[in-house]
Design a binder for this molecule. Structure first.
Ligand code: PHE
Length: 337
């Protein structure tokens, strides 16, 4: 029996040192020290021993068991450590690697749009975007541009068919707004618009921001006040604003608004084409017909409206010479902002 124990201890020691994983080691442990493992088997043989031999053998078996237990513990610890080390190495995340990836940022157009919207929101304007695919009614008729009216030529429009078109101005959203809101009202409609135009300063797709204020006693002075603070905020405190008479079917009287050139301060340069002024927007007092269409009494209420191209404002702020640069998404261009 003593021999058997020695043999068993020897085999178990060899298997412990051969175990190459925690689960393999566990299997060896079950095989030898488990409830019905080889040592328990051996213990059953004790019954056949003489009473005086039993304590002796018991002692030898217990010693062997103790020795094996400590071998298991030692090996278990070593395996645990090396398995942990291997996992840590395999799952290592190099947090410095992100340096290789450039951090993205807002497109200059989105950044300028956000600043513009923030400015008007800070002055108490509500924001409504409206649909890009519009009906003739909202884009033209309700804005006092009846079918066959020559004013339709001001905006070369993409008709989709029937009465549907890609909106040529965000004024369309203002009609929708007036259908659901009664004065006093103060809102802007920023968004994408579409016209069959294509040159250095015009793109078939561009972005507008139009504003509308309707209340009792609104005059051209209110319009001028808002536009002056707008111009000073975006082009500098020394910026001057000038109104020129113009024509839009939905405003009467109508004006075109210029700001003094922020580059040359009125002396004349390439950006302002030598005039010292840059045209930035159209505006005017809301036509009585438009108010009436929206069920607002023009004898009780008056309003002003204005509209400009966000792309144009972005180009002026950043000195970008060609509108298409904003749409090409050339990373070398975008990186400059
Ligand atoms: N909707 C006009 C345009 O797109 C701009 C404008 C808006 C003019 C409001 C006057 C008042 O050309």
């Amino acid at each position: 029996m003593e021999e058997k124990i020695a043999k068993l201890t020897e085999n178990c020691t060899a298997e412990i040192s051969a175990a190459d994983s925690e689960s393999a080691l566990y299997a060896v442990r079950v095989k030898y020290l488990g409830k019905s493992g080889l040592i328990s088997e051996l213990m059953k043989g004790m019954r056949e021993l003489s009473p005086e031999m039993r304590p002796l053998m018991g002692k030898i078996v217990n010693e062997a068991r103790g020795k094996l237990e400590s071998l298991f513990a030692e090996k278990g610890k070593a395996l645990h450590e090396s398995e942990l080390a291997a996992r840590l190495a395999a799952e290592k995340i190099d947090i410095t690697i992100d340096k290789a990836h450039p951090v993205g940022k807002l497109h200059p157009l989105s950044a300028v749009r956000k600043r513009l919207v923030d400015f008007f929101v800070s002055m108490g304007f509500d924001v409504m975007e409206g649909p890009e695919v519009e009906t003739d009614y909202y884009n033209f008729e309700a804005l006092n541009v009846p079918k066959d009216h020559p004013a339709r030529d001001m905006q070369d429009t993409f008709f989709i068919g029937g009465n549907t078109l890609l909106r040529s101005q965000t004024s369309a959203a203002q009609i929708r707004y007036m259908e659901n809101h009664k004065p006093p009202l103060k809102m802007i409609s920023p968004g994408r618009v579409f016209r069959n135009d294509d040159d250095a300063t015009h793109s078939p797709v561009f972005h507008q921001l139009e504003g509308l204020v309707v209340d009792k006693g609104i005059t051209m002075c209110d319009l001028k006040g808002i536009l002056e603070s707008f111009a000073k905020h975006f082009f500098g405190q020394e910026t001057k604003v000038r109104f020129r008479p113009s024509y839009f079917p939905f405003t009467e009287p109508s004006v075109e608004v210029d700001v003094s050139c922020a580059i040359c301060h009125g002396k004349g340069c390439r950006i302002c084409k030598g005039t010292g002024w840059i045209e930035i927007l159209g505006a005017g007092i809301v036509n009585r017909k438009v108010l009436r269409t929206c069920d607002i009494d023009p004898d009780e209420y008056t309003g002003f409206a204005f509209g400009f191209g966000i792309d144009r404002i972005a180009n002026i702020i950043h000195g970008i010479p060609h509108i298409k640069l904003l749409y090409e998404n050339d990373i070398r261009f975008l990186k400059q902002f």
